[in-house]
Design a protein around this ligand. Structure first.
Ligand SMILES: [Zn+2]
Length: 684
């Protein structure tokens, strides 16, 4: 068959260019222009054409990101310009001292103009492009010689295989229309927290050892001899430095970053230019506050003097440049001794082991207790009482034991076994097949479970009973006035006044709060019941489908599972819950008390939000984020994590951060919770 080879070639080139363009929109700019389906169709067409015409194959085609088989070993790469390391500063004072020592004394003047970049906790790499094509990707190694990981680097979607040749209208001197003959850039390869957690979950399921942190995981993934494994790990990159370039050298670092973006590289959107050292100090402190809000881990802020001539004048001392420093945050990990393992009993009877530690300072806080997840985890990681353990503390979450330091294991360290009876009520402990948690079977006699059940019942996302704090709950339980949540609705003023330190007015207030809680909508009640696996989102979905508690209770496992968004775990847990006589009795008493068992359908109707995409952010006052998202989905709308051009509405609560900014810059419509209610009442 005579095929016009030239037209095939043209089509191939057009497809490759188009796909790379969409890759760039998706992976670098986080702002896709086409749906996944459209993208896949282009990719399939390209694959088919290339298969038909192997002679027209191109190593930089987007189909060629994942190379063939594994390597025997990595080659070495000598860095043309050494990859320096950074000096560290640990306080505002040290940061100012760094400035005094270098800028003021060496340059003999108050230098201005700094660039601040979040210091990503990943792996530094160098990328060399010849004639606009990725030629070599290397690890930092010892700074002079690294490993050749080109095949693995190619699998990272945000690394361009071919540089863009268009020049945007960026300010600064006019630059050439084509990429330089040679350019080497440096950046940090990293994994997002989500990707890291997912990889560890999969490894846990497969019985493989876990990665201690995203940095280890990223390093392990990049230094895989088999690029096909690397390709399965969603590695990402931020490019932050120029190694060498053959022409058009920028004047400042800020200009270099801008140029990188024009060439198609991904740079960190939070990079920022500051004028004075005072501003730098202030910004570094601000970063420490919001480090937890990022999708990836950062361990500090890199401060660089912007002017490249000044950089050259200052030079380096040993391997550390004088013109840059890393402002490091307090560490989030430390090692200490595991003195003992205790056990808490949760709301659903789960036995949660926790670590009792020799007190240790982590990030300015003394840590004495840490989570150990479950007994399976303890066994798999082989954590023993007496071990030295690595403890991690991040933000507001409970500190966690990452694992034992095996090289320091004392000979008398003792393996741990789960108690056979509940440490609170003495009931037998069972472990069901397929579950990682062991449970106490004394549901209605276990004080620990009842206590947690109450706390959940009164909580904000559930029945939201104002004024019923832990102290009062505990007095009520101790006085024998309440045993289960239904008992709350039988409380009288006389009984309350019988409690110590209970005044007339407080008693009235509490009764009023309890009374008000009867009006909570059905999803809140379903959530408050504390059925295992039934969270706030599931409660909304179930309500939307069944419309009443009675209909839900009458439903079969198959019927429940047929509800969109409800899995088999939830379905079987609901059926088990309903089968229990004690639970049914409790529900009857709640009905007698006058709680709302029916769903009142507002003006909203099915599908009224179809075709619309929402993003929810910030602290909400009326509902949890999960509830709002579930409502949107139940009305046919889509919920996304990030604001892009495809977002129709951003719903904001208090303290909305970067998403609000993004929405404002894109002109996305922003709704408060009230606006959202109004939208439902009066759909677009
Ligand atoms: Zn118990």
């Amino acid at each position: 068959m005579a095929v016009d080879i030239q037209s095939v070639q043209a089509r191939l080139q057009a497809l490759r260019k188009q796909i790379e363009h969409h890759n760039h929109r998706y992976y670098v700019l986080d702002d896709p222009e086409v749906s996944d389906g459209e993208y896949d169709a282009l990719m399939r067409e390209l694959q088919a054409l290339e298969a038909e015409h192997p002679e027209l194959q191109d190593p930089d085609s987007p189909t060629q990101r994942v190379g063939a088989g594994p390597l025997a070993a990595f080659g070495t790469v000598e860095h043309a310009v050494p990859m320096l390391s950074l000096s560290n500063t640990f306080s505002k004072e040290e940061l100012r001292a760094w400035y005094e020592r270098n800028m003021v004394r060496r340059l003999g003047r108050d230098a201005t103009g700094f660039v601040l970049e979040p210091k990503i906790d990943g792996l530094a790499v160098s990328l060399t492009y010849r004639d606009g094509r990725l030629a070599v990707g290397a690890t930092r190694g010892n700074g002079l010689v690294g490993e050749d990981v080109t095949a693995n680097i190619r699998t990272i979607r945000s690394v361009p295989l071919v540089l863009a040749d268009a020049v945007t209208s960026a300010p600064g001197p006019r630059r050439a229309r084509v990429p330089p003959e040679l350019i080497e850039v440096r950046g940090e390869v990293y994994l997002s927290r989500t990707a890291f957690n997912k990889i560890n979950e999969e490894r846990m399921a497969a019985g493989l050892p876990l990665f201690a942190n995203p940095r280890n995981c990223a390093a392990g993934s990049l230094r895989q001899l088999d690029p096909r494994i690397t390709a399965t790990r969603p590695l990402d990159i931020f490019v932050y430095a120029l190694g060498q370039v053959s022409e058009n050298e920028p004047r400042s670092h800020w200009q270099a970053l801008e140029w990188f973006r024009e060439l198609g590289f991904r740079t960190n959107p939070y990079n920022r230019r500051c004028e004075t050292i005072d501003e730098v100090v202030e910004q570094c402190a601000a970063w420490q506050e919001r480090r937890e809000s990022l999708e990836y881990e950062i361990d500090g802020v890199v401060v660089k003097l912007d002017n490249l001539d000044d950089q050259r004048e200052l030079g380096a001392v040993g391997r550390e440049p004088r013109w840059a420093t890393a402002y490091k945050f307090p560490p989030t990990q430390a090692t200490t001794r595991l003195l003992d393992i205790g056990v808490n009993v949760g709301r659903t009877g789960s036995l949660n082991p926790f670590a009792i530690l020799e007190p240790v300072q982590i990030g300015g806080v003394t840590v004495k207790l840490a989570s150990l997840h479950n007994d399976e985890d303890i066994r798999r990681k082989d954590i023993r009482v007496g071990d030295w353990v690595l403890v991690q503390r991040a933000g507001e979450v409970i500190p966690q034991v990452v694992g034992p330091v095996l090289s320091r294991r004392p000979p008398d360290a003792v393996p741990w076994t789960l108690p056979e009876t509940c440490p609170v009520c003495g009931s037998p402990v069972v472990k069901l097949e397929g579950e990682s948690m062991a449970r106490c079977t004394g549901r209605l006699v276990c004080r620990a479970q009842l206590w947690e059940t109450f706390k959940h019942w009164v909580s904000r996302g559930a029945m939201d009973i104002d004024g019923l704090g832990e102290k009062l709950l505990s007095s009520l339980m101790n006085a024998g006035l309440v045993k289960t949540p239904a008992d709350l609705y039988g409380l009288t003023k006389d009984r309350l006044l019988g409690l110590e330190r209970m005044g007339d007015k407080s008693a009235d207030n509490i009764l009023r709060s309890i009374e008000a809680s009867k009006q909570r909508p059905l999803p809140r009640l379903i959530f408050a019941l504390g059925i295992r696996h039934v969270g706030d989102q599931a409660a909304v979905l179930l309500t939307g489908h069944f419309g009443s508690l009675d209909a839900l209770m009458a439903a079969s496992e198959t019927e429940i599972q047929a509800v969109e968004g409800i899995g088999p775990k939830i379905a079987s847990s609901i059926v088990d819950y309903v089968a229990d006589e004690g639970n049914r009795a409790q529900i009857e008493r709640l009905r007698q008390a006058g709680l709302r068992f029916e769903h009142e359908r507002a003006a909203s109707r099915e599908g009224q939000l179809s075709g619309l995409t929402f993003v929810v952010t910030g602290r909400l006052a009326r509902a949890t984020r999960g509830e709002i998202e579930a409502r949107i989905k139940s009305l046919g709308g889509q919920v996304a994590d990030a604001v892009t051009r495809k977002t129709d509405y951003l719903i904001v609560g208090e303290d909305a951060g970067s998403k609000l900014k993004k929405a404002e810059s894109l002109g996305t419509k922003v709704l408060t919770e009230d606006d959202f209610e109004a939208l439902l009442a009066n759909p677009p």
